[in-house]
Design a protein around this ligand. Structure first.
Ligand SMILES: [Fe+2]
Length: 394
């Protein structure tokens, strides 16, 4: 089966010939599929937006396959001819494939974020991003970093009851209409103070999801949230961190939420006055170690913190309680310092014995396995320029 995932026009990253706004030109799928650009194919602009329409199907869709698959990702990589400074800053687009009655319908829409709409109305770039400097002198105004950044809603999809949201690390969720993928606007869900991570985690036994956000200021504050399956959300606790760092993901087990605060250091003044972007301001201080913050779900005010050997990870696959006071987790996509290339890895760790083993990569376990012991997982990887698909066994 082919999907309506964006069929992208050819784009040369060196000459940046991508259009500032999406075109409506459709590109032949077969000719695009034969172009072997590897991961670079993900850096081409979305060429066409459309509502739900029938997709070409090869083979047979099982009649009992019913539901909708949502995806979101960066889909525009420049603003008025000026390329963004980082993949993470691309304006988001939501795609969806709806399965029912042995048929598949697909849709693709740009997220009409407040920032994108404002920039198009103004006719020039206004906002910066994770690795894109704020244009002009505005960057040097002493504004909170978040006030200078666009919220492209480009990182992950949150499904909460019947509601669909596009998430971005540094801002509030953006609601998307399931019927036609129209952008319904930013929503603080009645609880989000400043940001809402793109990696919420479910705890099936509690019929709830948990998530967090970081607030940068004189003190960096970790806000922790819960969203229950009945549609209610609230802040669980806020924790003042000892360092101005970045936390990208966390672990939820049936009893604990576990956060890893890596020895990444940001100079808050350089961010405040626009001298650095978040990406360029990052410094690695391994001598500080990685702080582990353990929050008991039933008693969140009594969280504990301790320090282990330094590491940084992008994502965790899963975590679960072992029943003997320990817990196990698996992380992926870590790098030890700015001078070393990122690598994908598997990591099983007993924090108390400080034992580790590595290989592999993954981002999230299926809902059935969340917070449970699991034996294997599948992963995609790209090593030496070759795309691979592999299987890891715990
Ligand atoms: Fe992520």
């Amino acid at each position: 089966m082919t999907s309506c995932m964006p069929i992208r026009s050819s784009w040369n990253p060196k000459t940046n010939n991508s259009p500032a706004v999406p075109t409506t030109t459709s590109v032949n799928a077969k000719s695009t599929a034969t172009t072997n650009l590897g991961w670079m194919s993900s850096l081409r602009d979305l060429p066409r937006e459309h509502g739900f329409e029938p997709l070409r199907v090869e083979g047979t869709i099982p009649a009992d396959l019913v539901g909708t698959l949502y995806r979101v990702g960066p889909s525009l990589f420049s603003s008025f001819g000026k390329p963004y400074g980082h993949l993470f800053d691309g304006d988001g687009a939501v795609t969806a494939v709806r399965f029912a009655n042995g048929r598949a319908l697909g849709a693709a829409k740009l997220v009409q974020s407040e920032g994108l709409v404002e920039e198009r109305r103004a006719g020039h770039q206004i906002y910066g991003g994770y690795g894109t400097p704020v244009p002009g002198l505005k960057r040097f105004l002493p504004l909170r970093p978040n006030s200078k950044l666009k919220n492209p809603a480009n990182t992950s999809i949150l499904l909460w009851g019947e509601r669909v949201f596009g998430l971005y690390e540094g801002d509030v969720p953006t609601e998307i209409a399931p019927s036609d993928l129209a952008t319904l606007g930013e929503k603080d869900l009645g609880m989000v103070v400043e940001s809402f991570s793109a990696h919420p985690r479910g705890v099936p036994s509690r019929r709830a999801m948990y998530n967090f956000g970081l607030r940068y200021g004189r003190k960096t504050v970790l806000d922790i949230y819960v969203l229950d399956n009945s549609g209610r959300g609230r802040k669980v606790v806020e924790i003042a961190l000892e360092r101005t760092t970045m936390i990208h993901d966390f672990i939820a087990t049936e009893k604990h939420l576990v956060f890893f605060s890596p020895p990444i250091y940001y100079n808050p003044l350089r961010l405040l006055f626009g001298v650095d972007t978040l990406h360029s301001a990052m410094r690695w201080k391994p001598e500080l170690g990685t702080e582990v913050i353990v929050v008991p779900i039933d008693d969140p005010q009594h969280w504990t913190c301790f320090t282990i050997d330094p590491f940084f990870q992008w994502h965790f696959l899963n975590g679960y309680e072992r029943g003997n006071g320990n817990w196990s987790y698996r992380r992926s996509g870590h790098c030890h310092g700015n001078d070393q290339p990122c690598q994908y890895c598997r990591h099983c760790r007993d924090l108390w014995k400080r034992h580790a083993s590595e290989s592999g990569d993954s981002r999230r376990a299926g809902p059935y396995y969340e917070c449970r012991k699991y034996y294997d997982h599948w992963r995609a990887a790209n090593r030496s320029g070759r795309r691979r698909f592999g299987r890891d066994v715990s």
